[in-house]
Design a protein around this ligand. Structure first.
Ligand code: COA
Ligand code: ZN
Length: 313
């Protein structure tokens, strides 16, 4: 049997949070519902952050209240503090995805507090949640900070360890602004799997410098089986200078399926949903397979080919 890869689509959270025009609640709900029928393991629906920090997602309660929950799909949400966790639990999120940065500068820019203060706040969340809802932790800027530069691997492992010690179910290792390259990814993935064999390890890449799919490949070849992707390749952190889109879910899934991995995704249906995106956001999106069609979709040969065949036979 081919190896199972689990995808989490973050388009309505990471994808939308950087869009300049407010996307109506109806469109968000319709998109989550359409993604729910595509075979995803997880969908990151929204974030319970301050509406001043992320105005796009100020309708988080309403979106969570109105989506149709497909059995077998986990509906997760991003949470920066206890207030966010309370809102998320109230909204019956299947998982809390806590967030902090491994870079002090990015943590100050994004979450308006030092890392230690975020860590204390998130530890308090884990204590209060007390196992009622599974907790994942997303660590930002693990492959480099756009303001500080290098983030040592030891730093990433140390923050991961502090959360592992509190019993979280998983860690998401984020390349917030596309600074990772495949050799770096392979080293990181090997170290992570060695240090945290019992945790769900997810890799979260941005395609800011065109290395997104190469990084997915490096991670998969190192044994990683969980990825975040954003439909259409939308996305980015509004508080990370130079941020741009995540890896496109459909491009990554198409690549892995072509290589023989089992993503559980209905590609035809996923591409139909991806093609709805430009109308929803009002501009073209970076994803390529939705434009080109999958490799299985062939084109008729031009008429001259039949004549040439006859002439050369
Ligand atoms: N949900 C809703 N409102 C929240 C909130 C939450 N989780 N956390 C804080 N607030 C509100 C407070 O009630 C307060 O409102 P008021 O001004 O009307 O009184 C305001 O936000 C400021 O609260 P404070 O605790 O002082 O937060 P802050 O200004 O230091 O900001 C964060 C800290 C973490 C809440 C904010 O920076 C944030 O939400 N960041 C998210 C960034 C993000 O999602 N980035 C992209 C993903 S990586
Ligand atoms: Zn991201």
């Amino acid at each position: 049997m081919s190896k199972r890869i689990h995808f989490n689509d973050v388009v309505t959270r990471d994808g939308f949070q950087i869009e300049p025009e407010f996307i109506p609640t109806d469109a968000k709900v319709r998109l989550v519902d359409a993604l729910g029928d595509c075979g995803y393991a997880k969908i990151e629906v929204t974030s319970f952050t301050s509406p001043k920090a992320i105005p796009m997602l100020r309708d988080a309660e309403e979106v969570m209240g109105r989506i149709r929950r497909v059995p077998g799909v986990e509906y997760t949400v991003l949470v920066p503090n206890l207030r966010g966790a309370e809102r998320a639990m109230e909204s019956r999120a299947d998982e809390l995805n806590l967030v902090m940065s491994t870079s002090e500068t990015h943590n100050l820019a994004n979450l308006r507090m030092p890392r230690e203060k975020s860590f204390a706040a998130l530890s308090e969340v884990i204590r209060v949640v007390d196992g009622r809802t599974p907790v994942n932790v997303s660590l930002s800027t693990c492959f480099g900070c756009p303001m500080e530069g290098d983030v040592p691997q030891a730093e990433v492992l140390a923050w991961g360890q502090r959360f592992a010690d509190q019993g979280v179910r998983g860690l998401t290792i984020c390349d917030t602004t596309g600074m990772a390259h495949p050799a770096h990814v392979a080293r990181m993935c090997e170290a992570l799997q060695q240090r945290f064999p019992a945790l769900q390890l997810t890799l979260h890449f941005h395609n800011t410098r065109g290395m997104g799919l190469a990084n997915v490949l490096a991670a998969v070849q190192s044994g990683i089986t969980r990825f975040d992707g954003s439909l259409g390749g939308l996305g980015g952190c509004p508080y990370a200078p130079g941020a741009s889109g995540n890896i496109s879910s459909e491009d990554a899934i198409h690549m892995l399926e072509a290589m023989g991995y089992d993503t559980g995704i209905d590609m035809a249906r996923l591409l139909q949903v991806a093609r709805m995106l430009p109308a929803i956001v009002g501009h073209e999106v970076p994803g390529q397979v939705a434009k080109a069609g999958p490799t299985s979709q062939l084109h008729p040969a031009p008429p001259a080919v039949a004549e040439l065949r006859a002439a050369f036979s």
